[in-house]
Design a protein around this ligand. Structure first.
Ligand SMILES: [Zn+2]
Length: 342
C-alpha cells in the first residue's frame, strides 16, 4: 500500500481532498497543482495517477482509499511504464510546444489500453507556449469522461487565466523545517557512507532550497552547492570591485540560466525583506545584503526582482546566460554607494 501522506506529511490536506473526491465519485477532470519548486508536485501527481488507476484500492486507517501498490496497474505506474499515463514536460526550447499538446489531445480521446481511464500530467503548465495553451483549451472545454489531466505549476510562474479557470486549483504547501529535515534525512539514509551528505550539508541544502525537500535532496547530492558558493564568492568580489564583470558572470553561467536566476531572485527577495526590517532566507548573504539595505531605498530590491522576471521571460527565447548574468550583476553593482564603487 502506498500512501503519500505518510511519506510527505505536508501534502496530507491536499491528498485527503483527492481521496474524498474519489470516494464520492466527484473527481474533477482537471487539477492545477501549484507549489514551490521541489515541494513534491510531481510525486503528488504520480501518487494521484496510481490511486486513479489502481484496480483494488485499500482503505487507510482513516478509511480513505489508497493504492494497493501490488496490482498490475500500480506496478506499471511505479515503473513509469503505464500506457495510460503520459507526462509532458518542456523540451529543449524550455517550453511545451503545440505538437506535444496535440499528442496529449489525441491521447485524451483514445481508448485506455489496460486501465479504466487515462491520466496525463503536464509537468510545468507555466511553460506552455501560447499556441500550446490555446490547443489545450479544447481538451479542457470538452473533457473525455475517462480522462484526467493534472497540470503542475511552479509558484510565481503564471498560467493563462483561461486554463486556470477550467481547473480545480490544488495548492501544495512547503513543509515545516522539521518535516523537511526529517524527510531529507530519511532519503539520504540509504546512500552508502562515502556518498551520504553530512548533517551540515543537509542543513545547507535545506537553507538553499527554502525547505523544499525534493530540491534540497538534489542540492545535497548534486553539484549545485559548490557552484553556488563559487558564484556567490565572485558576486561579493565583484561588488567590492575586486573582479571584472565578465569573471563574475562566468561563475554564474556555470549554474545554467534557471538556477542562476533563482539565486538572483532569492537575494533580491532577501534585500526586500531586509529593507522592510525583516530577516533574510539566506544567512550567508546577510552581511552584504544588510549593507545594501542600509544604503538604498526599498524600491531598488523590487526593481531587481522585476529584472529577474524579465530575464526569465526572455529565457524562453534562448538568451545567453552569461549576458543575462552580466546585466543583473551591473544592476546590483549600481546599488553600491558611489565612493565604495570607485
Ligand atoms: Zn493497485
Amino acid at each position: 500500500m502506498t500512501d503519500i501522506a505518510v511519506d510527505m506529511p505536508w501534502l496530507k490536506t491536499s491528498w485527503q481532498t483527492v481521496q474524498e473526491r474519489l470516494a464520492d465519485g466527484r473527481f474533477p477532470h482537471a487539477l492545477l497543482v501549484t507549489g514551490e519548486s521541489g515541494v513534491g508536485k510531481r510525486a503528488w501527481a504520480d501518487a494521484v495517477s496510481e490511486l486513479l488507476l489502481c484496480t483494488s484500492p485499500l482503505n487507510s486507517e482513516a478509511g480513505a482509499p489508497v493504492a494497493c501498490g501490488r496490482c498490475r496497474q500500480c506496478e506499471l505506474v511505479a515503473a513509469s511504464s503505464h500506457p495510460d499515463v503520459r507526462a509532458f514536460s518542456p523540451e529543449k526550447s524550455r517550453m511545451i510546444r503545440v505538437d506535444q499538446v496535440r499528442s496529449l489531445s489525441e491521447f485524451a480521446v483514445s481508448s485506455p489500453q489496460v486501465a479504466e481511464r487515462k491520466v496525463a500530467i503536464i509537468d510545468r503548465a507555466d511553460q506552455l507556449n501560447i499556441n500550446a495553451a490555446n490547443a489545450l483549451l479544447k481538451t479542457l472545454e470538452e473533457p473525455a469522461p475517462d480522462f484526467v489531466l493534472l497540470l503542475l505549476q511552479e509558484s510565481g510562474r503564471p498560467v493563462l487565466p483561461t486554463i486556470r479557470s477550467r481547473c480545480q486549483v490544488v495548492p501544495l504547501p512547503v513543509p515545516s523545517a522539521g518535516q523537511a529535515n526529517e524527510w531529507l534525512t530519511r532519503k539520504v539514509a540509504g546512500l552508502d557512507s562515502e556518498n551520504r551528505p553530512s548533517a551540515e550539508q543537509l542543513a545547507k541544502a535545506l537553507m538553499l532550497a527554502g525547505n523544499a525537500p525534493r530540491l534540497a535532496l538534489e542540492y545535497a547530492t548534486g553539484e549545485f552547492p559548490g557552484l553556488r558558493d563559487e558564484a556567490f564568492n565572485k558576486f561579493r568580489e565583484f561588488m567590492r570591485g575586486q573582479v571584472a564583470v565578465a569573471d563574475a558572470a562566468k561563475a554564474f553561467k556555470a549554474l545554467g540560466l534557471e538556477d542562476m536566476l533563482w539565486l538572483f531572485e532569492g537575494w533580491a527577495a532577501d534585500l526586500a525583506r531586509l529593507c522592510a526590517g525583516g530577516q533574510p532566507a539566506d544567512p550567508e548573504a546577510v552581511e552584504m545584503l544588510g549593507f545594501l539595505a542600509r544604503n538604498n531605498p526599498a524600491w531598488c530590491a523590487h526593481e531587481l526582482l522585476d529584472q529577474v522576471r524579465d530575464a526569465r521571460a526572455a529565457g524562453v527565447y534562448n538568451v545567453n546566460p552569461e549576458l543575462e548574468a552580466s546585466r543583473l550583476l551591473i544592476a546590483w553593482r549600481n546599488l553600491m554607494p558611489r565612493k565604495r564603487r570607485g
